[in-house]
Design a protein around this ligand. Structure first.
Ligand code: NAD
Length: 336
């Protein structure tokens, strides 16, 4: 299957590597408004380069387009790509507004193309194991969960490009970084009922928030807390999710939520717990998340099924971020 990438910055390299690692996938073309950014893909993968998306879509025989532009451009590009009848892998967040998200989902539905959103953390080995633990009911009823993303993105990070930290094209720590963790909370705990949050721009010279704290009430009755920041001195400190159930307590953590930091389950023996922890430690990253996403898209097309992370999943993660923003703005709880 022939792939193309639009937006050849930081994350595009992961897409290109993932495509090259995927059997029966090939990167044939790239598109960016800045010509220099595409040199690497020409040399490394023999991809043809384009400054104009319309021309690329017309000239190349493409099956799937990976959208890796700044977030505020995802929607207009995705609609154009869907109308050209190409399948889409779009980086997170799917878009910046729910209206734009609906436009993408509808364009993909009408043009009968597949849509997958890049939430690769779902494929981390520890996350997959926690999901299995929940599916097997090993934690029993969940009382509450805690989610932390305390990281560092310094001012130079935000000053790399004019879109970073803006409300229209990027958003703050929730929209850019913690959206992956909000996606996991939704995947683990289901639909939220309401959110109450506060946010601030404490240390970085940006328009959006660099700190957010908030609470979620889920439809099951479970509660959740979220703490997210890019202000931590001097480097990334913690990414974790802890789930407290009536028959177990599980924390996945570390600086990148890659390990079981705590695993206490009534129906698991000490040996079982130890083996599970050790198996994760042996290969904490597993197959790179972007490769999972690309392989899954190839298989979804071949098998004519939905991708593992759907447009609706991307929409729900975005909706949760926007509910946090709305609650902080109104200084009151907001229904999901
Ligand atoms: N899944 C992840 O873990 C992850 C990690 C980092 C970034 N991202 C997402 O990937 C996207 C890009 O982030 P990045 O860090 O690679 O940004 P970047 O600034 O490094 O790269 C963006 C590229 O897009 C190009 N571009 C901008 N507007 C364009 C347009 N209209 N048409 C064609 N090209 C255009 C720029 O010239 C640049 O080369 C964002 O949505 C971001 O949230 C996801």
């Amino acid at each position: 299957m022939n792939f193309a990438i639009i937006g050849c910055g930081f994350i595009a390299k992961k897409h290109a590597a993932a495509i090259s690692q995927t059997e029966s996938a090939k990167l044939v073309a790239v598109c960016d408004k800045v010509t220099d950014t595409m040199q690497f893909y020409k040399e490394e993968y023999g991809a043809n380069d384009y400054n104009n998306l319309e021309v690329m879509l017309e000239k190349e025989k493409i099956d799937v387009v990976c959208i890796c532009t700044p977030s505020g451009y995802h929607a207009s590009i995705a609609v154009q790509v869907a109308e050209a009848k190409k399948h889409i892998v779009v980086e997170k967040p799917i878009a910046m507004t729910l209206g734009d998200t609906e436009r993408i989902i509808e364009a993909c539905r009408v043009n009968e193309v597949k849509l997958s959103v890049v939430h690769p953390n779902r494929f981390r080995p520890v996350v997959q194991e926690l999901r299995k633990i929940l599916d097997q009911g090993l934690l029993g009823e969940v009382s509450h969960a805690s989610c932390m993303v305390n990281w560092n993105r310094n001012q130079e990070y935000y000053d790399q490009a004019t879109w970073r930290g803006t409300k229209e094209y990027d958003g703050g720590v929730l929209m850019n970084q913690a959206i992956h963790n909000l996606d996991l909370l939704l995947w683990f705990l289901g639909k939220p009922k309401q959110v109450f949050s506060m946010e601030a721009t404490r240390f970085r010279n940006i328009e959006a928030e660099d700190v957010s704290v908030g609470t979620i009430q889920f439809e099951t009755g479970a509660l959740g807390t979220v703490e997210a920041s890019t202000t931590v001195y001097p480097k990334n400190y913690e990414e974790s999710i802890t789930i407290f159930g009536e028959k177990g307590t599980v924390k996945i953590g570390g600086t990148n939520a890659l390990y079981f930091e705590h695993l206490e389950i009534e129906d698991m023996t000490d040996n079982q717990r130890q083996d599970l922890k050790e198996s994760i430690k042996a290969d904490p990253w597993g197959t790179p998340g972007h490769q999972w996403i690309i392989e899954d898209m190839v298989n979804a097309i071949s098998e004519n099924r939905e991708p593992a992370v759907t447009g609706e999943d991307g929409k729900n993660a975005l909706k949760l971020v926007l509910t946090f923003y709305e609650s902080a703005k109104l200084n009151q709880p907001v229904q999901f």
